[in-house]
Ligand binder design. Structure first.
Ligand SMILES: [Zn+2]
Length: 132
């Protein structure tokens, strides 16, 4: 399952970002996943839910996936079309002189995190624990 390898890399980046920005924990990771990428969303989610437990900051992080439509550009006629429907052959002119414009990306779009000592947004300062 190659999704796991990608998930582990993603979570490493997320953990690094969390450390860099002094986050307490990661609430949510939003990914953009192209529909003609090699990712199977269900497998990716399973892998994420397994791998997050091994992270420092993202143990309870939610995963949101935004699926990006695959679109191909035809250099024959200059049109674009839906990749999943027509593959490499342009439906407008029949040319095979085409290339993928978008839809194969797997990127971290956004990371939502908690900062400070409290889960709630306390806004400022540190909440110190009273010990006597
Ligand atoms: Zn064409």
């Amino acid at each position: 399952m190659h999704e796991l390898g990608i998930v582990v890399k993603v979570l490493e980046q997320v953990d690094e970002a969390a450390a860099q920005y002094n986050a307490q924990k990661i609430l949510k990771v939003t990914m953009e996943v192209g529909e003609v990428s090699t990712i199977v969303p269900d497998l990716f989610t399973d892998a994420f839910n397994w791998a997050r437990k091994r992270t420092r900051f993202a143990q309870e992080a939610e995963l949101e996936m935004i699926i990006i439509e695959g679109r191909t550009y035809c250099t024959g006629c200059g049109e674009t079309y839906r990749t999943t429907e027509f593959g490499k052959t342009c439906p407008h002119c029949g040319s095979k002189d085409t290339y993928l414009l978008t839809g194969d990306q797997v990127i971290i779009k956004d990371i939502a995190a908690v900062f400070g000592d409290e889960e709630a947004d306390t806004g400022e300062g540190h909440v110190s624990e009273e010990t006597e």
